[in-house]
Design a protein around this ligand. Sequence first.
Ligand code: ATP
Length: 219
Amino acid sequence: MDLTQSTLNHTPAALLSASGLSCVKQDRVLFEQLSLSVSAGQLLQIKGKNGAGKSSLLRILAGLARPEEGELYYQGRPLSDVSADYAANLCFIGHHSGIHEQLTALENLRFWRAATDLKPADDLALLASLGLAGLEDIPCRMLSAGQQRRVSLARLWASRAQLWILDEPFTALDQTAIGTLQQHFIAHLEQGGAIILTTHQPLSLQYAGLFALEIHYRW
Ligand SMILES: Nc1ncnc2c1ncn2[C@@H]1O[C@H](COP(=O)(O)OP(=O)(O)OP(=O)(O)O)[C@@H](O)[C@H]1O
């Protein structure tokens, strides 16, 4: 089983790299000796069947869970030494939308800006650009699944983080929204950003810096 990207390195040129990662859940080894790296301008897609361990890997890469074995490096330095810098330069959006359902779309964005120390900006215009005009003041629990996902993803337009880690970002989105998001991915990558994501949908991006890593399901 090849769980090592061909571009692997831990030099400062790599924004995030990992070596020898292993993860065990419920006595099942999801993956072991997994190594990867992502640099500015690169998008790394984590592939694998349901239950293979993609979300578990993303949580480890985001610093939200610890691997059984292995090391993570941010800009060539052990993640544990630079965790605050890493967190400040990371936008993680997990499987669930991560929005507060009792709050409106606008309140969610403002809450998130405050929590991440971002300056106030024209969130009404941002929400309108994501097809949410007229829905800004409705509690998010009353929005559709795709609309809630759009509110969640609005963070990617507001964030200054260089690294995005996204778990199934296209879930519940219609084709228009998927197209808008993919264009935004390209713009982020062209500006020196980096993205690690999972998706069960084929990526239709025309971009040179795309890489993939497959986690093979293990019993
Ligand atoms: N918190 C947990 N406690 C126990 N087992 C867990 C936990 N989280 C995940 N697992 C198990 O780990 C395995 C991998 O789960 P994970 O969510 O990483 O898979 P995935 O590849 O993202 O799947 P999918 O494509 O369905 O989203 C599953 O068998 C799951 O039951």
